[in-house]
Design a binder for this molecule. Structure first.
Ligand code: HEM
Length: 79
């Protein structure tokens, strides 16, 4: 699960180089909702939003609902 590394390696803190926000303060239901939104193209679809498009590509690597839940369960285990 290589794509998780940049986000979780610094213990859920923001990664400024990637413009990736911190996930530490986010609830599990919020994380699941946002991963679904990226996956469904409800978030990160605007061509002008390069950060959102980057994350949309990451979310696309999660093939189904079970994968989303697994990633969020893993994030919960790091808290
Ligand atoms: C499986 C690993 C990952 C998970 C679970 C994850 C999760 C998330 C979530 C939930 C958000 C929304 C945060 C919010 O609304 O406050 C987000 C945003 C973002 N993530 Fe990730 N992420 C992952 C991997 C990555 C990677 C590898 C990158 C960079 C290559 C990345 C770049 C970003 C960026 C740039 C945003 C902000 C996008 C925006 O402004 O809409 N993420 N991520």
């Amino acid at each position: 699960m290589a794509p998780v590394a940049p986000v979780t390696a610094p213990r859920l803190r923001a990664n400024q180089a990637l413009h990736a926000p911190a996930l530490a303060g986010r609830t599990d239901w919020y994380l699941v909702t946002q991963l679904r939104n990226y996956g469904a193209g409800l978030r990160g679809a605007d061509p002008a939003d390069s950060s959102g498009q980057q994350m949309r590509a990451m979310a696309a690597t999660l093939p189904d609902e079970a994968a989303v839940n697994d990633v969020v369960a893993y994030i919960d285990s790091l808290r």
